[in-house]
Design a protein around this ligand. Structure first.
Ligand SMILES: [Zn+2]
Length: 163
């Protein structure tokens, strides 16, 4: 994704009150983020440890989401619904995300099982195993990257549009 500034990130949140938006703790060093290897920006709040943030491009605009880790226990073998990683290199947790607008103010949330620290972009860039002789691992990796982008955009759209 293209590099983002603090101003762009703060302005992007669609499911936050004005004070929640002001309280967002941004990543420590935006200049050191490997933007060209990210499909979306995701990070945990350094103080509010159960809170995470996701910023993605959607329909030509930036959409930022505040996500809260819920107490719901994940299944015994959870799988991230965004990167679909089956090798579990990291924890996967349930996040509850408030919908934008009136629905969110009424308490309407969406639950989703995602990599605990939003490691998805890194996970999909690992070269997949050779499934069979002649298997095109690079093409498979490209498909995983595109699927991840579609999954995150689909989630952001659901939060934004309430569908
Ligand atoms: Zn993931």
């Amino acid at each position: 994704m293209l590099p983002l500034t603090e101003t762009l990130i703060r302005a992007s949140f669609i499911n936050a009150t004005r004070s929640e938006r002001g309280n967002v703790l941004l990543p420590a060093d935006l200049d050191r983020i490997p933007w060209d290897r990210l499909d979306f920006l995701g990070w945990r709040d350094r103080k509010l440890t159960r809170v995470g943030y996701v910023v993605t491009e959607l329909d030509g605009a930036l959409v930022g989401l505040i996500m809260r880790e819920s107490d719901t226990r994940a299944r015994s073998r959870p799988q991230c619904v965004w990167c679909n990683d089956v090798e579990l290199p990291n924890d996967v947790v349930m996040f509850s995300t408030k919908r934008a607008g009136d629905a969110g103010r009424r308490g309407d949330t969406v639950g989703t099982l995602v990599c605990a620290n939003f490691e998805c972009s890194r996970n999909v860039r690992r070269l997949p195993p050779l499934a069979y002789v002649g298997f095109d691992r690079d093409a498979a990796r490209d498909r995983r990257i595109e699927t991840l982008r579609e999954n995150v955009r689909g989630f952001a759209r659901a939060i934004r549009d309430g569908v």
